[in-house]
Design a protein around this ligand. Structure first.
Ligand SMILES: Cc1cc2nc3c(=O)[nH]c(=O)nc-3n(C[C@H](O)[C@H](O)[C@H](O)COP(=O)(O)O)c2cc1C
Ligand code: SF4
Ligand code: SF4
Length: 265
């Protein structure tokens, strides 16, 4: 039986995971769901893991989830799907690096090109509506091909070549260092990002970001929003704040916000 498990900050990865699960069958769960994941993993023989790429590496929240459930994955068949804006080198295969060698059998690894969700860094533009539709069409075709491949026993491992590994490391090392576990390494960009939330004077303390944060990083204290230095940099709050008052890692005020794919099919 197939099980699809994903983390998605702003909807791109959820879109891919749901497409895949709709075609392959089996449950599709977000790691944020209140589910008994140990039981779900035990019942599945093949598990598809889906996550967005951050600096060519897996999000901290996904690594923490992997560390918590490592034992349940031993001996399973695993497919890995990564969503990215442009490039991640070995972004899909790095999920396997979070586990002991040979812990499970990777039967498929693939990358999907999706819209930009970093809405406050001037070098990264908003993805236009036409480009979003094109990326969605390409993703749908790719999911259909992957499902045919998996059903036919064809193995493709995107990101497994030495060259992909090298390129992934060039981008991934400064972001995450050598950490494959549940902690950000001191001195890395990820560690800086973890403590990188800022809230400006436009905040009305509406609380939307507190409810949305997958890391429970945000709190209300003395009539203001504070953070616990536990940001996974998913960019969810930055894209949803009605006053564009919250930022993380990059601190320019967003000029636009990414609202996900649900309205665009
Ligand atoms: C902190 C951060 C780092 C990112 N790093 C990369 C990257 O290294 N390469 C890339 O192509 N896209 C990168 N992206 C873009 C996302 O991976 C991409 O938009 C993804 O589809 C978002 O998925 P989601 O909507 O499920 O969160 C990054 C996004 C964020 C928020
Ligand atoms: S969503 Fe924006 S306005 Fe509302 S509490 Fe968070 S930062 Fe403040
Ligand atoms: S503070 Fe914002 S960017 Fe950081 S994990 Fe929470 S929702 Fe995501």
């Amino acid at each position: 039986m197939m099980l699809t498990v994903y983390f998605s900050g702003t909807g791109n990865t959820a879109y891919i995971a749901e497409l895949f699960a709709a075609q392959m069958g089996g449950k599709c769960l977000s790691i944020e769901d209140e589910a008994n994941f140990s039981a779900e993993f035990a019942a599945a023989d093949t598990i598809a893991f889906c996550y967005p790429i951050y600096g060519s590496r897996a999000p901290l929240i996904m690594r923490q989830f992997a560390a918590r459930h490592s034992a349940c994955l031993q001996g399973k068949k695993v497919a890995i799907f990564v969503t990215q804006l442009t490039f991640s080198g070995d972004g899909a295969m790095i999920f396997a690096d979070l586990f002991p060698k040979g812990h499970f059998h990777v039967i498929y690894a693939a990358h999907f090109y999706m819209p930009n969700n970093i809405c406050n860094f001037s070098l990264l533009r908003k993805t236009g509506e036409n480009s979003i539709r094109k990326r969605m069409r390409m993703a749908e075709n790719k999911v259909a091909r992957i499902c045919r491949d998996i059903s036919g026993g064809i193995v493709r491992l995107r990101g497994a070549s030495g060259f992909a590994r090298l390129l992934g490391n060039i981008q991934g090392k400064p972001w995450q260092g050598d950490s494959t576990g549940a902690e950000a390494m001191p001195g890395t960009m990820e560690a800086k990002a973890k403590a990188g939330v800022k809230i400006d004077e436009d905040c009305t303390v509406c609380g939307l970001c507190i409810a949305a944060c997958p890391m429970k990083n945000l709190e209300m204290a003395d009539g203001a929003i504070t953070h616990n230095s536990n940001c996974t940099v998913c960019y969810r709050c930055v894209n949803l704040c009605p006053h564009r008052a919250i930022t993380t890692f990059f601190h320019s005020k967003p000029q636009w916000q990414y609202k996900g794919l649900s309205q665009k099919s």
